[in-house]
Design a protein around this ligand. Structure first.
Ligand code: ADP
Length: 179
């Protein structure tokens, strides 16, 4: 019998406010793979609401029950980073049809760059299908209750951003994922 090699997957995104949708995908991936590296794309020029450190804390806090999840900063091409960590899979969440075209384009481009890293798509639970960080930010900005949409530890991170939220313009809400 051949020894079992650790099968790793990379889950990239901006995670500028972790939602139940992100956690849903992380939990599914953690059941499928030996190790899941949540790769946070932090762009210093487009900082978003939360620092790299805050995003790391949010993810680690929300995934404390999962022993095979790690967080890393993503500051290079996703596939190149996957390669450097030994991850053979990139995990992406698919919400509605609207995600599909962009995600397919991204997956094919990534394959052009590195052929042996496979992108796989996971569907979230029905109740998380319409969740996005930008929608949660919008609800928060208008004083709505976000506790149904984000893991419990994440609510405090949002509360600390009350000041940003009140002055924020709609275009601060970045939903673009990295290539
Ligand atoms: P967002 O679009 O919410 O700002 P990210 O850029 O951080 O999120 O996205 C990272 C990954 O998580 C992407 O693959 C995205 O499709 C996925 N994702 C985000 N929200 C959800 C959700 N509610 N259900 C499933 N996948 C999701």
């Amino acid at each position: 019998m051949t020894p079992h090699t650790t099968i790793k997957a990379l889950y990239p995104g901006s995670f500028d406010g972790l939602t139940n949708g992100h956690l849903d995908i992380i939990e599914r991936a953690s059941r499928l793979f030996d190790k899941v590296i949540v790769a946070v794309a932090f762009n210093a020029k487009k900082q978003g609401w939360f620092s790299m450190e805050e995003r790391r804390e949010m993810i680690l806090g929300a995934t404390a029950h999962l022993s095979n999840v790690e967080v890393a900063q993503l500051d290079t091409l996703t596939v190149k980073f996957a390669q450097s960590t030994g991850a053979k899979f990139i995990v992406r969440g698919l919400r509605a049809v609207s995600d599909f075209e962009y995600e397919l384009e991204l997956a094919l481009m990534n394959r052009e760059i590195v052929d042996d890293v496979e992108t796989i798509f996971l569907a979230p639970a029905k109740e998380n299908i319409f969740l996005s960080t930008s929608i949660v930010k919008e609800v928060f900005r208008h004083g709505g209750d976000i506790s149904r949409f984000v893991p419990p530890n994440v609510v405090t991170f949002f509360e600390r951003r009350r000041d940003v939220a009140q002055g924020a313009a709609a275009d601060t809400f970045s939903d673009q994922s990295p290539v």
